[in-house]
Write a protein that binds this ligand. Structure first.
Ligand code: FBP
Length: 548
């Protein structure tokens, strides 16, 4: 059974840019050869077959037929609203090249490609998922595609299905791997094109050519609706401080966007914490200062936004985590034998350096245990499992007690903590994401039709309405540099963190002191799918400001 909204939304026709309206057999305009964002020689050597390809821009063509293609598609990493529309756009795009084209969805992410688990995606399947949230059409996973053995197994599986092209829908890590795969297949003349699509609610896969990753818009709108509701509750009951952690593994784009949409009393931006070298104590002092200033105005309530990745940006904790990662890797077997969280914490505390141990023991016990938990397949601490919002609420409470004793605070401090992440990742895509994703998928089909490989689908000029969107392809090597990851220098797509000299942060910094003491909450309400364009066809504040 499907909901009334899902039923009505199924017939929404995503807006397509002009260049794609006659189908995916577009006219291709080539720009100048490209380079890499940094470490050019190393990237050139590692990607000798695909490096330097030109930026491509598409213009409408007469819509002639092209040879049929068999395409495999993979969803990789965390869910992001609009993934199904990328697949729908890809399906419609390859059918526009030639109605005999076929689409195969590899199941549960890159694993499906290696294990040859797939499903042919027919019109009936695609139609059932148009404009819906989630990745459940074919599932997703976080397996890394990076070894030659995996590439060869995938090649064999593709050959069995006569697949000529793979589309990998993922974030920076998955697109880095798409680039490695494209290089391997081109270098070895395998005849399989590889195209990437920029996905992640975190908003950190972006640059001049990829203005935003899909899902960021919808996820931020869902969180902002909830934050607005909480702000209104706080302002009604006037008795709670709400500490809200927001997803975003590393960058604080989500926290910043939600702050711009809702005007909380405080929003911590991890990149600023790192830049200023703030200690945990300084963050706590900053928040306690805001609580005290509001208490002086008899406002014993408020809303504070905490980015999920914060803990890794506090320099002293970052050092501690790096030390912990090495320590856990070096003692993996002994560590795995330990019976419980307490034993793990004690094991670690006894082996850390003096400085590391000092930071570790200053953290609440629950956080110490969470920092000892398993890492993800990329070796990252699973920050979504670390309850930073509870830690800060607790530490601010303790600081306020000290301030009260010093006569610097006279108020009540009762807290509620929240974590918004999974609530937004599978929401039905906003009009922006529905349109953007459909266009990305269609663009991927056009890149396949044009015989290209190692490209990411690019749909830009995003603030100007879909009619004016510019579509084409960006060589993935162009976004790469070398970074030190897990003990070795590796080519990776450069992650886009919040720029402290960028317009979105500047807009926030200009008003945050006012938002801190006043109660200036904005209540964005739920995403509107039907109704006037001025409430349905919005872009994020981040995009608006970046492109202003
Ligand atoms: P991607 O980078 O794969 O898009 O995932 C982003 C994200 O939603 C982060 O915001 C979050 O830290 C992470 O996924 C959580 O994923 P999981 O539930 O797999 O731990």
């Amino acid at each position: 059974m499907i909901s009334a909204l899902q039923k009505a939304r199924a017939s929404y026709a995503p807006k397509l840019p002009v260049a794609l309206r006659n189908g995916a057999a577009v006219k291709v305009v080539e720009g100048a050869p490209t380079t890499a964002v940094a470490d050019v020689e190393k990237i050139r050597n590692l990607f000798a077959a695909t490096f330097g390809s030109p930026v491509l821009t598409f213009e409408p063509a007469a819509g002639e037929s092209r040879p049929a293609v068999n395409v495999g598609v993979i969803l990789s990493g965390g869910q992001a609203p609009g993934g199904h529309n990328v697949i729908a756009g890809l399906f419609d795009g390859i059918k526009s090249l030639n109605p005999e084209s076929r689409l195969f969805g590899f199941l549960k992410g890159p694993d499906g490609l290696v294990k040859n688990e797939y499903q042919e995606l027919t019109a009936d399947t695609i139609d059932a998922y148009r404009n819906t949230g989630g990745f459940d059409m074919i599932g997703s996973g976080r397996t890394k595609l990076e070894t030659e053995e995996q590439f060869e197994t995938a090649l064999k599986n593709c050959r069995e299905l006569n697949i000529n092209a793979l589309v990998i829908i993922g974030g920076d890590d998955s697109n880095t791997n798409a680039c490695l795969l494209a290089e391997y297949y081109k270098k070895n003349n395998c005849g399989i094109q590889v195209i990437g699509c920029p996905k992640t609610i975190d908003g950190d896969l972006k640059n001049e050519w990829i203005e935003t990753s899909f899902g960021f818009d919808t996820a931020c709108r869902v969180y902002s609706e909830l934050i607005g509701n909480i702000g209104r509750d706080a302002n009604s009951a006037k008795k709670y401080w709400h500490f809200i952690k927001l997803m975003g593994r590393s960058a604080s784009h989500i926290a910043l966007e939600c702050a711009l949409q809702t005007h909380p009393n405080a929003a911590i931006i991890s990149e600023e914490v790192a830049e200023k070298g703030m200690t945990l104590k300084e963050i706590v002092d900053y928040l306690a200062g805001i609580v005290a200033a509001r208490a002086a105005k008899k406002c014993n309530f408020g809303v504070a936004l905490i980015p999920e990745g914060l803990i890794e940006f506090v320099p002293e904790v970052k050092k501690l985590i790096a030390e912990l990662n090495d320590l856990l890797a070096a003692n993996a077997d002994a560590f795995a034998q330990l019976a419980d969280a307490e034993a793990k914490v004690n094991f670690v505390a006894a082996r850390l350096s003096e400085a590391g141990a000092a930071v570790f023991t200053s953290l609440p016990a629950g956080i110490q245990a969470q920092l000892c938990n398993d890492r993800d397949p990329h070796g990252n601490v699973q920050v979504s499992l670390i309850e930073t919002e509870k830690m800060l609420a607790q530490m601010v409470g303790a600081r306020l007690k000290e301030m009260a004793a010093e006569g610097k605070y006279n108020g009540k401090f009762n807290t509620q903590t929240h974590f918004f992440g999974y609530e937004g990742r599978c929401a039905a895509p906003s009009n922006f994401d529905a349109d953007y994703c459909y266009s990305l998928g269609y663009t991927a089909a056009a890149l396949i039709g044009a015989g290209r490989t190692g490209y990411m689908a690019s749909v830009r000029n995003n603030t100007r309405g879909a009619d004016n969107w510019i579509v084409g392809g960006i060589p993935i090597t162009m976004m790469m540099n070398m970074e030190h990851r897990h003990g070795a220098d590796k080519p990776v797509i450069r992650k886009a963190l919040v720029e402290l000299d960028g317009k979105p942060f500047a807009a926030f910094a200009a008003v945050r002191e006012q938002w801190a003491v006043e109660t200036d909450y904005v209540y964005p309400g739920p995403i509107q799918y039907f109704g006037p364009s001025e409430v349905c066809d919005l872009v994020t504040k981040t995009l608006e400001l970046e492109k202003a």
